[in-house]
Design a protein around this ligand. Sequence first.
Ligand SMILES: CC(C)(COP(=O)(O)OP(=O)(O)OC[C@H]1O[C@@H](n2cnc3c(N)ncnc32)[C@H](O)[C@@H]1OP(=O)(O)O)[C@@H](O)C(=O)NCCC(=O)NCCS
Length: 164
Amino acid sequence: MLDDYLTWKPFFDIVPMQDNDCRGVSDLHGQRFSRQWSEEEMLSLLTQAGVFGFCALQTNAFFSRPLGGFVLAREAAGEAEILTIAVTEKVARSGLGWRLMQAAMREAQDRGADSMFLEVEETNVAAVSLYRRLRFAEVARRPAYYTAADGTRTAALVMRRDLR
Ligand SMILES: CC(C)(COP(=O)(O)OP(=O)(O)OC[C@H]1O[C@@H](n2cnc3c(N)ncnc32)[C@H](O)[C@@H]1OP(=O)(O)O)[C@@H](O)C(=O)NCCC(=O)NCCS
C-alpha cells in the first residue's frame, strides 16, 4: 500500500480542447508566461477559423481531471503555426510537451498543412530543445524581439518543420 503511494504518478490523456477548458488553460498560461491570455482571449482564439487546441487531462486523479498542459495552434492555406504551448511545472519534463506537439502536428497535417511554424524566445532552453528534438529548424532570427521585466532584450527564433 505504501509502495503504491510512493510510486504513484499522474497519467494524462491528450484530448481536443473544448470551450469549457479555457478557464484552466488561461490560468496555466498565466503561471507559465509573463502576460497571461485571459479566458475570453482563449475562447475567442479557439472559435476562430482554423484554430484548434489540445489539453493534457489527468486520468487518475480522485475527484477531477486536472490540466497538465495545453497547446493552441492554427492551420490556414496549408501552413500551420503554434500559437502557444505550456505544461505545468509540477509535471514538466515528463513528456507532455512532446505529446501535445505530436497531437498538434498530426491535426495540422489532417487539416491539410504541409509545414508548421512557431516562434520562440532564443533563451528558452526547454522549448528550443523540445522543438529541435521534434526536427524544427531555425528559419529566421528577430534580434531584441522580447523585452523582459528588467528591460533585457532577447531574440526570437522562427522555426519551421515539414509535416509531409
Ligand atoms: C517548453 C515546455 C512546453 C516543454 O514541456 P515538457 O512537457 O516539460 O517537455 P517534455 O517533457 O515533453 O520534453 C521533451 C524534450 O524536450 C527537451 N526539454 C524539455 N524540457 C527541457 C529542459 N528544461 N531543458 C532541456 N531540454 C528540455 C528534451 O529534449 C526533452 O526530452 P528528454 O526529457 O527525453 O530529454 C515546458 O517547459 C513549458 O511549459 N515551458 C513554459 C512555457 C513555454 O516556454 N512555452 C513555449 C513557448 S514558445
